[in-house]
Design a protein around this ligand. Structure first.
Ligand code: HEC
Length: 179
């Protein structure tokens, strides 16, 4: 083959290479595959399972369902974590560390003789089951700047047991919500 023929072939090969490379760059630009900093999905079930929480209770059971099968006796054990700061008996003394919690269900928020934080005093509303559940999950998430320095109980079933016990601290306990 003469050199002209060879140049033509070399040109064709080079051209093809360039084309393929160009295509690669072009398609990279078109279908940019940046990994998101956070995956666009989360798997709460898997995470809670890791934390050792009962998966069924941890994921989605609504509070009324959890309360219907809650155990106030277990709750009485669990509130030992609260008793360092709170008293639970009727007419119990107000510790300097926290308000008395007898009859707290449906009580006005921040309404005993205790020296509450301004954010608790100004919060408004009553301690219904939902607000107690939120507060015990994450006190600062429900009352920003509350001075209750308790990290929160993350297990929904345990929270329900605690709330069931709090509910029992009344001469006539409030009715349970309908599951
Ligand atoms: C380290 C002390 C401490 C612990 C532990 C603690 N609390 Fe408290 N709690 C407080 C203080 C202080 C307040 C008042 C907060 C404020 O005024 O912002 C409070 C307020 C509350 C209130 C609002 C009462 C009212 O009169 O409005 C509830 C309900 C409550 N705590 C429940 C609990 C439960 C249930 C636990 C255990 C799971 C718990 N607390 C653990 C210190 C504590």
């Amino acid at each position: 083959m003469d050199s002209f023929e060879f140049n033509k072939m070399a040109g064709a090969v080079l051209g093809t290479l360039l084309f393929v490379m160009g295509l690669g760059i072009f398609s990279d630009a078109l279908f940019a595959t940046h990994r998101p900093a956070k995956p666009g999905y989360d798997l709460p079930a898997a995470e809670e399972a890791k934390a050792g929480a009962p998966a069924a209770a941890a994921t989605s059971e609504p509070l009324p369902v959890l309360l219907a099968k809650a155990d106030a006796k277990k709750g009485e054990n669990l509130i030992k974590a609260c008793a360092t700061c709170h008293t639970f008996d009727a007419g119990g003394s107000v510790k300097p560390t926290g308000p008395n919690l007898y009859g707290v269900v449906n009580r006005k928020i921040g309404s005993t003789g205790y020296g509450y934080s301004d954010s608790m005093k100004g919060h408004g509303g009553n301690w219904d089951y939902e607000s107690l559940n939120k507060f015990i999950t994450n006190p600062k998430g429900f009352v920003a700047n509350t001075k209750m320095s308790y990290a929160g109980e993350k297990d929904p079933a345990k929270r329900a047991d605690i709330i069931a016990y709090l509910r029992s601290l009344a001469s006539s306990p409030a009715p349970l919500p309908n599951p």
